[in-house]
Design a binder for this molecule. Structure first.
Ligand code: E4P
Length: 218
């Protein structure tokens, strides 16, 4: 499974990229609001840090607006993926961008039927939002499982399942068990995956015992 960083914080992205932990990045208007910097500057810097897919979301909701903005965003770098919402106009924009050779991430997916339509529109990525379904007492992972099964039923579908709205290490594990192609996570979630109390305890013991041997290795 590939990992994308779900953030517009370039310093966070740089740290994760240097550690070899990420294969791409996703951004959205809320993350840009948090970063409080010009979107084009953020995207340029992210594309300098990673050569993997970098999702840049359109702000317009009408077809013409999405096409205009998406084409502008796509000029930033060759690894920009235009992110469009899962609406009728979003699907039309997806089809057009794909015919122009631009990758597209269809976002705000909350049902398997929506994911089917995104695949039909030629989406490079479909983003089902796990955490937001959990927030309303549904099980976001059921959606990932449904989409996985449907996409696997039709081998001509090339759309990758990008598990989004990931809130915890368990979300990551479950998405991987089901077979999501990509998980996009906040930096804190990616970093938390390395943690285990028995690793810390075991390491402490080894460090302490090694000191007692009085030996050095190099
Ligand atoms: C996905 O591309 C979105 O940027 C993101 O995963 C949304 O997550 P949230 O529901 O935690 O805001």
């Amino acid at each position: 499974m590939k990992f994308f960083a779900d953030t517009a914080d370039v310093a966070e992205i740089r740290e994760l990229a240097e550690a070899g932990l990420i294969d791409g990045v996703t951004t959205n208007p809320s993350l840009v609001l948090k970063a409080n910097r010009p979107y084009s500057d953020i995207l340029k810097e992210i594309c300098d840090v990673t050569s993997g897919p970098v999702s840049a979301e359109v702000a317009a909701t009408d077809l013409d607006g999405m096409l205009k903005e998406g084409r502008e965003l796509a000029k930033i770098a060759s690894n920009i993926v235009i992110k469009v919402p899962l609406t009728l106009d979003g699907l039309k924009a997806c089809r057009t961008f794909r015919s122009e050779g631009t990758m597209v991430n269809v976002t705000l997916c909350f049902s398997a039927n929506q994911a089917l339509l995104a695949a039909k529109a030629g989406a490079s990525f479909i983003s089902p939002f796990i955490g937001r379904l959990d927030d309303i007492n549904l099980d976001g992972m059921d959606l990932i499982a449904e989409i996985r099964q449907i996409y696997d039923n039709y081998p001509t579908i090339e759309t990758e399942i990008l598990a989004a709205s990931i809130r915890s290490p368990n979300h990551v594990k479950e998405a991987a068990l089901i077979g999501a192609d990509v998980c996009t996570c906040p930096a804190a979630v990616i970093k938390s995956l390395v943690k285990h109390p028995l690793t810390d305890k075991g390491l402490e013991q080894f460090v302490s015992d090694w000191k007692k041997t009085g030996q050095t290795i190099a």
